[in-house]
Ligand binder design. Structure first.
Ligand code: NAG
Ligand code: NAG
Ligand code: NAG
Ligand code: NAG
Ligand code: NAG
Length: 346
C-alpha cells in the first residue's frame, strides 16, 4: 500500500527515472548487438519463424478439429429425417453401421475401423518434368472387423494395390474392387474376406502425381541465384494436404510413425523431419536419402524438401550464409513441431 501511494504521489519522478533507465539500457544492448550482430539476428529470425510456424500449426489443427466436430454435429442434428443414418450419427459408430450403413466413403470422417501404425514411404522425385512416383507401405491395426479399407488420396494416380495379412496364414488378400471417390477425397479398397479385430495388416500402394505449382501438398517453387532460376520442391500438408502427396489416413487423430526415403538427382539435396540415416547413390547420378523413423505423429506434421542449397555456397558467398542457415532452421522448426506434437499432444 505504502509503496503504491508513494508511487502515485511521485509518479512523475518515477516515470522520469523509468525513462532514464530506458534511455540507458539500449546503449548497452546496442554494443552487445554490434558484437554478436549476426548471431542475435539469426537467433531472432529463427525464434520468430518458430513462433509463427507453431502458431499457424496450432491454429490450423484447432480449427480443423472444430470444423470437423461442427460438421458431424450438424449431420447429427439433421439425421432425424433419415432413419437409416440415425443410429450411426447418434455417436454410436459401431462396425455394423459402417459396414451395412452403406458406403462409409460418403461420410465426412473415415470409418473408425482401422488404425495406422507405421508408414514406409519411398518417393522418386523428377525435377526435370515436375512429377514424382511413390510407393507407400502402411502397417495398420484392425479395430472393428470390416472388408473395407478407406483412406485419403487426392490428385494421385494409384497404380498397384496389395493388401497383406500379418497372421499365420500370411499372404496377399484378394481385392474385390477398388476405386477413388473424389467428393470426399478417399480411395476405397473392398476385400473378399473380412479383416479381424486386433490383427495387423499391411497395404502397399504405388502411385504417381505432378509436383504442382501451388502452395499445397508436394509443390514446387523457385528462386533466382546469380541470375539463374533454381527450383525446389517442398511440402505443405497442414491441415489436410498430405493426401496430395501419398495415400494416408489424413486426419489428426490417426497418429503413426513415418519412415521416408527420397530419390532425386545428385545435384539436389533433400531434407525431412528427421536426419538422414543412410544415403545410397546410383552410378547414373541419382541419390536416395533414407531418413530415420519419426516419432508418433499426425500426417500433417510430415514434411520434406528437395532443393539445391549447397554448403559450399554457404562458405564462399557471405550473402548465401542465410541459405544454409535457413536449412538449419527448417530442421530446428520441424523437430520442435514434432516435439510439441508429443509433449502437448496437439
Ligand atoms: C438436412 O437434410 C435435408 C434433406 O434431408 C437437406 O436438404 C438439408 O440441407 C440438410 N441440412 C443440413 C444442415 O445438413
Ligand atoms: C451402440 O449400439 C450397440 C448395439 O447396437 C449397443 O450395445 C451399445 O451400447 C451402443 N453404444 C453406445 C455408446 O450407445
Ligand atoms: C518424368 O520423368 C521421369 C524420369 O525421366 C519419367 O519416368 C516419367 O515418366 C516422366 N513423367 C512424365 C509425366 O512425363
Ligand atoms: C511393396 O511390396 C513389395 C512387394 O512385396 C515390396 O518389394 C516393397 O518393398 C513394398 N513397398 C514398401 C514401400 O514397403
Ligand atoms: C545446383 O547448384 C550447383 C552449384 O551452385 C549448380 O552448379 C547446379 O547447376 C545446380 N543444379 C540445379 C539443378 O539447379
Amino acid at each position: 500500500m505504502g509503496i503504491e501511494d508513494a508511487s502515485m504521489r511521485n509518479g512523475r519522478a518515477l516515470s522520469d527515472q523509468w525513462a532514464d533507465s530506458v534511455v540507458v539500457r539500449p546503449r548497452t544492448t546496442e554494443q552487445h548487438i554490434t558484437v554478436h550482430k549476426r548471431l542475435v539476428l539469426g537467433f531472432a529470425i529463427s525464434i520468430l519463424t518458430l513462433i509463427i510456424v507453431t502458431a499457424i500449426a496450432i491454429t490450423l489443427s484447432v480449427s480443423f478439429e472444430r470444423c470437423a466436430a461442427d460438421s458431424s454435429g450438424a449431420l447429427a442434428a439433421n439425421s432425424t429425417s433419415n432413419s437409416k443414418w440415425k443410429q450411426s450419427r447418434d455417436g454410436n459408430i459401431s462396425q455394423r453401421d459402417s459396414e451395412d450403413g452403406q458406403q462409409p466413403w460418403r461420410h465426412l470422417r473415415l470409418p473408425a475401423t482401422l488404425r495406422p501404425r507405421h508408414y514406409d514411404l519411398r518417393l522418386s522425385v523428377y525435377m526435370e518434368n515436375f512429377t514424382f512416383s511413390g510407393e507407400v507401405n502402411i502397417e495398420f491395426e484392425c479395430v472393428h472387423s470390416t472388408k473395407l479399407i478407406v483412406l485419403h488420396t487426392d490428385r494421385l494416380e494409384v497404380e498397384k494395390v496389395l493388401v497383406y495379412s500379418d497372421s499365420k496364414k500370411a499372404g496377399a488378400m484378394r481385392i474385390q474392387r477398388r476405386f477413388h471417390y473424389q467428393p470426399k477425397q478417399v480411395y476405397v479398397i473392398a476385400l473378399h474376406r473380412e479383416m479381424k479385430p486386433l490383427r495387423t495388416y499391411k497395404i502397399n500402394i504405388t502411385f504417381h502425381a505432378h509436383i504442382e505449382h501451388e502452395l499445397l501438398g508436394f509443390f514446387r517453387s523457385s528462386y533466382v541465384l546469380n541470375g539463374e532460376r533454381r527450383f525446389l520442391a517442398v511440402t505443405q500438408f497442414s491441415p489436410t494436404h498430405a493426401r496430395k502427396a501419398f495415400p494416408c489416413f489424413d486426419e489428426p487423430i490417426y497418429k503413426a510413425t513415418f519412415r521416408v526415403s527420397l530419390k532425386h538427382e545428385s545435384s539436389y539435396q533433400s531434407l525431412s523431419n528427421m536426419p538422414v540415416e543412410a544415403s545410397t547413390s546410383d552410378e547414373d547420378g541419382w541419390v536416395t536419402n533414407h531418413f530415420s523413423r519419426t516419432p508418433r505423429m499426425s500426417t500433417y506434421y510430415l514434411a520434406w524438401a528437395v532443393c539445391n542449397f549447397t554448403f559450399r555456397e554457404a562458405v564462399t558467398d557471405s550473402g548465401v550464409v542465410k541459405l544454409s542457415f535457413s536449412v538449419d532452421t527448417t530442421y530446428f522448426v520441424m523437430s520442435l513441431m514434432a516435439f510439441y506434437e508429443i509433449v502437448l499432444g496437439i
